[in-house]
Design a protein around this ligand. Structure first.
Ligand code: PLP
Length: 381
């Protein structure tokens, strides 16, 4: 099948718009009359410099990023940021034993909190929604959260839990003096967001943006702290590895070392494509519609069931079960036959998961809903 005939519901690496891939294809061997591929350009060349600055400018317009923020292009995926956040924000706080607050609403925030603990941070679990309900299907009301208050070096949460399909309906209310950090790996650019409420927003590119290999970091400038060596740090402090240091990357415009140039170029093409297609407002509207069509199809059926509580259901990752469960394998087989691929749930939870990121058109969701109805009609009673 052709690229635009396959409905790719992968959680990540995920679908990239056909038009963006075609643009990249047309420039693959000769970018901007250089006779070279973007992959072959020096990261310090003028041509690549323009790719980088345009990507930043376009992301800035898409998210309305205020002047007091830096955009960094890092490597090591979202997982590297689990560690980088701990180092940078404890350095900014200047108090290595300050509490760090983690909201645990799914397996990714769970992993982030474990890494903070492993690095020796004084981790306070604000809530763990699995503990209260037996699985990750909801977020407790803020009145039940155990925040550390103004002493905390930061409050951390994952805006959209990719595996469990749990998404924060709004930005949590925390003490305004405490830096708020969020992992938006799987929902960045999917809905409007007020960047000024955050100290750090980060996202691996491979879900809602482009190819894997680059992580977008948006960090408030006042948190950038001069890098220290072991000899300058009081006992018990963390020595920040240079490549995880936000200030080093900011001071060097993400060119301290060789960045993932092609992934940055591809991300830049996606930002441009989004701006040409109505920007985040338009995507928010379409994403709301796509997700509600899918949840409605699930809720109105006898064989499909969505585990996540209404109000916390993700617009990007829609997990559901089919009862009786042996039907799930059959459902996946029928989907493949219709060119609907990568619908299998995460190996830790099973079931079905439809990831419907920005690149998945509304017609793709309509086709999935039609197949679900057809499948149910064949398996009723
Ligand atoms: N955070 C979230 C919300 C994710 O979905 C993922 C990956 O799926 C990660 C972090 C880890 O990202 P990476 O594989 O880029 O390290």
């Amino acid at each position: 099948p052709e690229h635009n005939q396959v409905l790719n519901f992968a959680a990540g690496p995920a679908k990239i718009p056909t038009a963006v891939l075609e643009k990249a294809q047309s420039e693959l061997l000769n970018y901007d009359n250089t006779g070279m591929s973007v992959m072959e350009l020096s990261h310090r060349s003028k041509t690549f410099g323009k790719i980088l600055s345009e990507a930043k400018a376009n992301l800035t317009s898409l998210l309305n990023i205020p002047d007091n923020y830096e955009i960094l292009f890092m490597q090591g995926g979202g997982t590297t940021l689990f560690s980088a956040v701990v180092y940078n924000l404890l350095a900014a706080k200047g108090k290595p034993d300050a509490p760090v607050d983690y909201c645990v609403s799914g397996s990714w925030s769970q992993k982030a909190s474990e890494e903070a603990k492993r690095l020796g941070a004084n981790v306070n679990i604000v809530f763990n929604s699995k503990k209260s309900t037996g699985s990750y299907t909801t977020i407790p009301p803020e009145s039940e959260w155990k925040l550390s208050g103004p002493d905390a070096a930061y409050v951390y949460y994952c805006d959209n839990e990719t595996v469990h399909g749990v998404e924060f309906p709004s930005v949590p209310t925390v003490d305004p003096s405490v830096p708020l950090v969020t992992d938006m790996s799987s929902n960045i650019l999917s809905r409007k967001v007020d960047v000024s409420k955050f100290a750090v927003i980060y996202a691996g590119a491979q879900k809602n943006i482009g190819p894997s290999g680059v992580t977008i970091v948006i960090v408030r400038k006042d948190l950038l702290t001069p890098l220290q060596s072991a000899s300058e740090i009081p006992t018990g402090g963390l020595v920040v590895p240079q490549m995880l240091d936000f200030k080093t990357l900011a001071d060097n415009d993400s060119l301290y070392n060789t960045p993932p140039t092609y992934a940055i170029y591809m991300s830049g093409l996606v930002f441009k494509h989004m701006l040409e297609n109505g920007g985040v407002d338009k995507y928010t509207e379409v994403n709301d519609r796509k997700a509600s069509k899918l949840y409605q199809a699930i809720d109105n059926s006898k064989i499909y069931k969505a585990p996540v509580a209404t109000g916390f259901r993700s617009n990007m990752n829609v997990p559901f079960r089919i009862y009786p469960e042996p039907l799930e394998a059959e459902f996946l087989k029928g989907a493949e036959a219709r060119n609907m691929v990568q619908l299998k749930g995460h190996r830790s939870v099973g079931g079905i998961r439809a990831s419907i990121y920005n690149a998945m058109g509304e017609d793709g969701v309509d086709a999935l809903v039609a197949y679900m109805k057809e499948f149910e009609a064949q398996h009723q009673g």
